[in-house]
Design a protein around this ligand. Sequence first.
Ligand SMILES: N[C@@H](CCC(=O)N[C@@H](CS)C(=O)NCC(=O)O)C(=O)O
Length: 208
Amino acid sequence: MPKLFFTPTSCGAASFIAAHKSKLIGTKIHAYAVDLRSHTVISGDKKGEDFYKFNPKGNVPTIVLDDGTVLNENAATLQWIADQTTDLAPAIGSSARYLLQAKLSYASSELHATVGGLFNPTLSADVKEYLHQKYKTKLEFLNKELEGKDYWVGNSFTVADSYLFIILSWSGYLQVDLAPYPNVKNFVDRIANLDFVKAAQADMATYK
Ligand SMILES: N[C@@H](CCC(=O)N[C@@H](CS)C(=O)NCC(=O)O)C(=O)O
């Protein structure tokens, strides 16, 4: 069975939440929690193993397919998960599917890269301020994009929502107030309150 390596609050959680929603965890995907400080697997039959053994980059999400292929990068892992089922992404080849790919690329290369940088405790004040300003610009853009919308692409939850939700959920930890961006704040609150998201988060907490 393919293996998904994740942590409950990092971007790896986006893959877990999507896979859990579609009941893939335990049926088509075996999930393993990782400690990203020590790069060690901390759950299941791989507990205690060096995570670099599975992914030389040492980051999550990682999916190891049955043929040994190591899939990294949210844009790829999330689409692989979406393609194991029918309810997490628009059909392959449709305009909406390309839109989803564009959103995943934006989330990864622009949003995640900006917000992720703010977790570095050694940032100089200048760089920190630069990244905060950059994040504000992205939030202003997203606030317009999400106006009148429940989901980022189309009318139902997709893997793009899972990824966007996780990245935005780091705002509290980084002391970035989302109140000035009401459509963004409503998006985060709405996704956080979906039953299947709460169920996935509760399940992730049991992996130890
Ligand atoms: N470029 C990757 C970034 C993935 C990434 O930054 N993962 C973080 C967690 S959010 C991680 O595993 N960091 C630990 C490490 O790199 O050692 C993507 O777009 O998916």
